[in-house]
Design a protein around this ligand. Structure first.
Ligand SMILES: [Zn+2]
Length: 165
């Protein structure tokens, strides 16, 4: 017999042997192998010690009012409102990921606000004679663009310059 510890799929044979779940022929074959294999013999001894400990363990006696106290605690837990249970779900062990998420959201919101500035204050965009400085800048930019197009196009435009703003 090949050593069952050498292959992953045969390692459970030793557990089954220790638990008494193997057939008589298979158990006898494994017992003969364990006489000559130190690793399997040591494994078998450890498993025997575990099973002996489990057999020796005796649960403590249940108190007389165990059921009554258990049902009181279950009823008390069921009587807690849903929002209290939600708050309890943010127990100290769970606060750190929530705090991290909150900080990440604040950083993203700050970046968004810096990137997408709202309307500028009126002081930086004064209105002179009914025309704001922004409109003047746009007009100047458009005229520059038209001048650039004229310089790059050798043929003159057919009916003057058509302005599109
Ligand atoms: Zn072995």
């Amino acid at each position: 017999m090949n050593c069952p510890l050498l292959k992953e799929e045969t390692r459970s044979l030793l557990l089954d042997y220790s638990a008494g779940r193997l057939g008589a022929a298979e158990a006898a074959t494994l017992a003969r192998h364990m006489e000559s294999c130190d690793a399997c013999r040591a494994f078998g001894l450890e498993q025997t010690a575990v099973w002996d400990s489990l057999d020796a363990w005796q649960p403590g006696p249940v108190s007389v009012d165990f059921n009554r106290r258990l049902w009181q605690r279950i009823d008390a837990a069921a009587a807690v409102p849903w929002y209290r249970r939600l708050l309890d779900s943010f127990a100290p062990a769970r606060r750190l990921p929530a705090l991290t998420l909150l900080i990440a959201l604040l950083v993203l919101a700050g970046g968004f606000l810096l990137d997408h500035k709202g309307a500028e204050p009126a002081a930086s965009n004064p209105v002179v004679h009914g025309v704001s400085m922004t409109e003047v800048d746009q007009l100047e930019q458009t005229l520059d663009d038209i001048q650039l197009l004229r310089q790059s196009d050798p043929a003159p435009p057919p009916n003057g310059v058509s302005r599109q703003m």
